[in-house]
Design a protein around this ligand. Structure first.
Ligand code: ADP
Ligand code: MG
Length: 375
């Protein structure tokens, strides 16, 4: 089921007695979610993710804007008639019911012609349980299950109605690190198998990047960028998106463009054609540093962290906005890291320029030929 959201806005009355300003939790959302895809809705805590999801499922009424499922305008349709499955962070299982009864619950609630026979209901419950691999635990109570298993039951319960749309609000937050990884792979598999259009909310960029077909990055109620995870990582539209994606995080510097050359402090980095002389924010991915004896950027070495395949050079530079700069280089180069000043060349496709005030991306052209001659 394709979902189209047009100009969707939700404001809440102020909780702050001093300002009385409304909270705009979701601010003019425009997004088209293709049929059968898994969309990661990503942003920091409080940015409006849950509000957006609750609008999609019908638990909240929008202040303005429209929601379409396929060709149908569902903006005013009550939640129970939208055909959505919902999975919450805290499982929300009925503690006194068994796994089987929990999964059956949404089917037993059906009335009239939609009501299935007992046998049909049991078959559907079994099918859903199999899909999330808990079919051997049907007679247990939630308290007799691990967190990961409980969340699977919650997913089975959401799937048993064969929803047209599956909405998940931080479904992995209550799981420990290992289970989180395993369950997210599981969700990916289930989504691929069922091809149910899914919106997956998380504040964890790695989680969103790893399982989504598309990510929607939001901040303070406003969509910042929509795209395939790799595309958003490689081509962030503003400084917020650049810093929100990636571990370790991108390194941010104050820079200056003078006569089409980018400077970080005293160091000329490379020519940036098409950017007028100005102060800029510069962001360099940790993997964008090349260890070079005569490299353009001279940093003061703090530490070298060994991570197995790679090493991280931790250093400082006068133009850095962060206390330290983290550069990832191959472990083979460990012996080559000088003890005081470490010099790097920068890969142009791993460096982004942003307007100092607005944070908007400033595109530049770099001269590939010159790069090759120098390199
Ligand atoms: P997220 O899920 O990204 O953490 P939410 O959607 O829960 O964010 O909240 C977005 C903003 O809307 C926050 O500032 C939050 O305080 C506010 N908010 C959410 N629900 C309500 C409500 N029922 N009444 C007033 N403000 C709310
Ligand atoms: Mg939330």
């Amino acid at each position: 089921m394709k979902i189209v959201v047009q100009n969707l806005t939700k404001t809440f009355p102020s909780r702050n007695k001093n300002t009385h300003e409304d909270v705009i939790a979701v601010n003019h959302f425009n997004v088209e979610i293709p049929d059968g895809k898994l969309i990661g809705l990503l942003g920091p805590s409080g940015c409006g993710k849950s509000t957006a999801l609750n609008l999609l499922c019908g638990l909240l009424k929008p202040t303005s804007g429209k929601i379409f499922f396929g060709d149908d305008d569902v903006t005013d349709l009550p939640a129970e008639n939208r055909g959505v499955g919902f999975v919450f962070q805290n499982y929300a299982l009925y503690p006194h019911l068994t796994v089987k009864q929990n999964i059956l619950f949404p089917l037993q609630n059906r009335k009239g012609k939609d009501r299935l026979s007992k046998k049909e209901m049991l078959e559907k419950a079994k099918e859903a349980a199999k899909l999330v691999q808990i079919d051997s635990l049907m007679e247990r109570k939630p308290s007799e299950l691990s967190g990961g298993q409980q969340q699977r039951v919650a997913i089975a319960r959401a799937l048993v109605k064969r929803p047209k749309v599956l909405l998940m609000d931080e479904p992995l937050s209550n799981l420990d690190a290992r289970l989180r990884l395993q369950t997210r792979e599981e969700i990916r598999r289930i989504q691929r198998e069922t091809k149910i259009t899914t919106v997956f909310v998380t504040h964890d960029q790695e989680e969103a990047m790893s399982i989504s077909d598309l990510i929607v990055v939001m901040k303070a109620g406003v969509i910042q960028q929509i795209g395939k995870p790799q595309q958003v990582y490689d081509d962030p539209s503003n400084l917020f998106v650049a810093t929100f994606l990636g571990t370790p995080p991108i390194n941010v510097f104050r820079g200056q463009v003078k006569e089409s050359v980018l400077y970080l402090g005293p160091d000329p980095i490379f020519p940036v054609e098409g950017v007028k002389d100005q102060e800029v924010s510069v962001a360099i991915r940790p993997e964008g540093f090349l260890l070079r004896e005569n490299g353009a950027l001279g940093c003061k070495r703090n530490a070298v962290e060994v991570m197995g395949r790679d090493i991280t050079v931790v250093s400082t530079h006068e133009a850095s906005e962060n206390p330290t700069i983290r550069s990832i280089i191959s472990a083979e180069n460990r012996e080559k890291v000088p003890s005081e000043t470490v010099r790097f060349d920068i890969k142009p496709n791993k460096l982004f320029l942003f307007d100092r005030e607005s944070g908007e991306r400033l595109p530049f052209k770099w001269n590939e030929r010159e790069e090759k001659e120098n390199g």
